[in-house]
Design a protein around this ligand. Sequence first.
Ligand SMILES: C[S@@+](CC[C@H](N)C(=O)[O-])C[C@H]1O[C@@H](n2cnc3c(N)ncnc32)[C@H](O)[C@@H]1O
Length: 477
Amino acid sequence: MALAQTITEETKKLEAYLRANNLPLPSFDVDSPADYPKLPADIAKSRNAIIVATKELALLAHGPRESVRWAVWEFLDVLALQLINHFGIAKLVPLTHPIPLSTLSTLTRLDPINLARALRLVMTKGLFHEPEPNLIAHTAASRALAEDADLEAWVGFNADDIFPAAAHVLEAITAYPEATSLTRSGFCFAFDTVDKEPMFVTFGKDANRARRMGKAMVSLTGGEGYEVSYLLDVEGGGYDFGEVDKRGGTLVDVGGSIGFVAVEMARQYRNMQFVVQDLPKTVESAPRPVDADEQVAGRVRLMAHDFWGEQSVKGADVYFFRWILHNYSTPYALRILKNTIPALKPGARIIINDHCLRESGAENPWDEIVMRRMDVVMLALLNAQERTEVEYRELFRAASENFVFLGVTRPKGCRMSIIEAVWQPKEEDETPTASGEITPGPAAGSDGEETATAAPISGAGGNEVATTATTRVAGDS
Ligand SMILES: C[S@@+](CC[C@H](N)C(=O)[O-])C[C@H]1O[C@@H](n2cnc3c(N)ncnc32)[C@H](O)[C@@H]1O
């Protein structure tokens, strides 16, 4: 079988590389590294081929009917991981020696039966093992969960927030088939906030939940294919801010969280100025100073700003949106772009750093799975979506004819794309604010209902999206 041959050949290449470089061979052993080292491109390709071929071969070996029968049971694996994570079991198991199940059950509120069944199901995913009956020990994967607080947060956010939201998507899209409103998503149905508030507002009221999502985002950003370094690696296809840097230009990172992306940019580009905008509570939680290097910290300004209001930093060179527009269906995404327009000077760039979906099957199969899943996560949480190049182009066109869409690039090895447009107003359209000096005004606040009105444009699959959406964007978010 060709797949079996691929697995053999590519595994040999991977193993030879690891041995030649004195690197540990992959193992479930508790002392094995939790991550692969950075591999050269050809070996990374081999590793990917193994992942894809083993998955495909397993599907073929199961056969069509059995594959479908058991595919729909995968949520039970999530349930078991949710229990293990929620009750902090990974931290209760000693790293150095096994623990009797009976002893472990005295350390947790999970009763012995539920503890044992959750453990034994996650064991099938490589977390924990049972060297002898009723003796529980760590594997490398369960150790990672015990030691990596961001990974724990990632599992918690997915299992406790996204999992219930996903379970309510059917109810949400049955009641509201257009699926564009931020307050009518699966998440809102799951947590009883339909027509009350969007997810970000719910999280804004609960510091622990908001912190967990923030840490989960850090875990995702540290994961393979999402590192900020891709964006900044010019030779590898990242964005070249050299020209903006040369003239000491300004980049506004809209929804820039606690500034970690801007800080990485500022470390590489030593002349540029950065403004990081986010909601007040997020900005308050940013480290002060934002970086230990004074030269960097002195050029990164944190600012509370609500992007449902007009952009208050006028005349910057770049308005940067990373993981922002994919959080919103088209009416809202348009609103965000339109709120930026009054601040734009001719030549100003909008740079979006998000997934850009290609046609089905164009990605390598593992990237395809991750990106398609992310698209559905956006549906479940926010009635939002990942977009294709055509949809981005259309989004800019619908926001204003004065945007010139420059296209989409994608750094090698990265799942995220760089989508760029430039503001080129026809002369009569130029506004006085848009051509002058940078005026970082006070943060705009919004205090209640916002109505996002958009011309009808085609959404994914050619469906027309609603032209008007109403969302609460309360100041307490
Ligand atoms: C998915 S995170 C992306 C964060 C960051 N750009 C990154 O690349 O990791 C979305 C961010 O948008 C912020 N946000 C949500 N609503 C906002 C609003 N109305 N105005 C400004 N920021 C907002 C959130 O607080 C969060 O930091």
